[in-house]
Design a protein around this ligand. Structure first.
Ligand SMILES: [Zn+2]
Length: 106
């Protein structure tokens, strides 16, 4: 039986002690144009803390802002919703380093 069905769920690996997954799906192999700036830092409204992510995930957001349904917060130690009604905004990065009005996932 083939084991590599295209609809096979993504393997996030182990959950680290801080609550983060070992790995996340990305679009790094897809040759798509960026439709948003590549930003690596976002701000969690609820705890008012910034979290930074790896460049592959940042580029995936820039290629497809709606790719992820939730994202990780280092302070809360868990994953929370992104999108129009989500809890995160982008940080102006590089730039002022301050939170923007732009919701992550929109
Ligand atoms: Zn948080």
């Amino acid at each position: 039986m083939p084991d590599d069905k295209p609809d096979k769920p993504f393997d996030y690996g182990k959950t680290k002690e801080n609550g983060q997954h070992e790995r996340y799906p990305t679009m790094d192999k897809e040759n798509k144009e960026f439709v948003r700036p590549v930003r690596q830092t976002y701000f969690h409204d609820r705890c008012r803390t910034n979290t930074s992510m790896g460049v592959k995930i940042a580029e995936t957001y820039a290629k497809n802002p709606k790719y992820y349904g939730s994202t990780f917060c280092v302070a809360c130690g868990g994953h929370f919703p992104v999108g129009e009604n989500g809890e995160f905004v982008w940080v102006d990065d590089p730039g002022t380093g301050k939170p923007t009005e732009e919701k992550v996932g929109t």
